[in-house]
Design a protein around this ligand. Structure first.
Ligand code: PLP
Length: 292
């Protein structure tokens, strides 16, 4: 599967694409990104991703980025050139290339980079049957986690710790005991009453596109969802935990640190939500998970 890139206005094989050493994304993490899934060559929830990117660009005052129809056209061309049916489109927009100085440069066009590469969604569907493990890590991030910046070092360290522990994800826990989110996922729990609980979309978490989609699907199915902070103690006592992201639309978490979650197997709420999530993915893209 050829992985391809768009950089500086050109479509290139991935290993031939590059950006300047003076790019502010590289120098300062002065940069935003998006990851959009495509299945059967069709983008999933593209509008939500572009909305989030535009909001982030406005918050950071990064101007001069091509309008959405242009970004959309570049993305489509890139996916077509990659000749990949199922994969991930990565978009990064930085404040551009300028002599290293912290304050914003004047009249500098932003850098726009995109890549497209394959992703095994069927594997995620299989992982749903067994569930995954997570570990807990202190949330040492900044106070604007709602912005999808490339300043991901705390997530890098937490996810490396998870990998070394043989776990899929690290659950971030704030100093006050609140479970915020995962290293690259949103976290959810089911409470003793069967209600679905997830952290509100404030500055402590990234407002996940998979999270927003699942909220809608659950509410449309008359399931009770509460957006409120929950604590690590609540998570440890919860009958079910699960996570969501573009790369893992919904995955039950069946072990947290050394302990089983609930009875240590995917629970009925996550299983029902997974069916709803795949049905929505099928509706948008025509993709169906292979039968296990
Ligand atoms: N939270 C964090 C910190 C993330 O990095 C991500 C995705 O990368 C998510 C949540 C999930 O967001 P989405 O559903 O838009 O992929």
């Amino acid at each position: 599967m050829p992985a391809v890139a768009y950089a500086n206005g050109r479509y290139l094989p991935l290993d031939e694409a590059g950006v300047s050493v003076e790019d502010r994304g590289f120098q300062f993490a002065d940069s935003l990104y998006e990851v959009i899934a495509f299945l059967n060559g069709r983008f999933l929830d593209a509008a939500g991703h572009f909305d989030r990117l535009e909001r982030g660009l406005a918050e950071l005052a990064i101007a001069g980025v091509p309008a959405r129809p242009v970004l959309d056209q570049i993305a489509r061309r890139l996916v077509a050139r990659a000749r990949i049916a199922d994969g991930l489109l990565y978009i990064q927009v930085s404040r551009g290339i300028a002599r290293r100085d912290h304050a914003f440069p004047a009249d500098t066009p932003p850098t726009l980079v995109m890549t497209a590469r394959g992703h095994d969604f069927a594997r995620r569907a299989r992982q749903q049957q067994t569930g995954v493990a997570a570990i807990t890590r202190p949330d040492i991030r900044w106070q604007r986690c709602d912005l999808k910046t490339v300043a991901l070092l705390p997530a890098v360290l937490a996810k490396q710790a998870a990998k070394e522990a043989g776990a899929f994800e690290a659950m971030f826990v704030a100093d006050d005991g609140t479970v915020t989110e995962g290293g690259s996922t949103n976290f959810w729990m089911v409470d003793a009453g069967g209600r679905i609980v997830t952290h509100p979309a404030d500055r402590r978490i990234l407002p996940g596109i998979a999270r927003a989609s699942l909220l809608r699907l659950a509410r449309d199915a008359q399931m009770t969802v509460i957006e409120r902070p929950f604590t690590l103690d609540e998570a440890r006592a919860a009958p079910e935990l699960f996570l969501t992201s573009t790369t893992a639309p919904i995955l039950p978490v069946v072990r947290l640190d050394a302990a089983p979650v609930g009875d240590g197997a995917p629970g009925p709420v996550a299983t029902r939500l997974a069916a709803l999530a795949w049905a929505e993915i099928g509706r948008q893209t025509g993709w169906r998970p292979p039968v296990a």
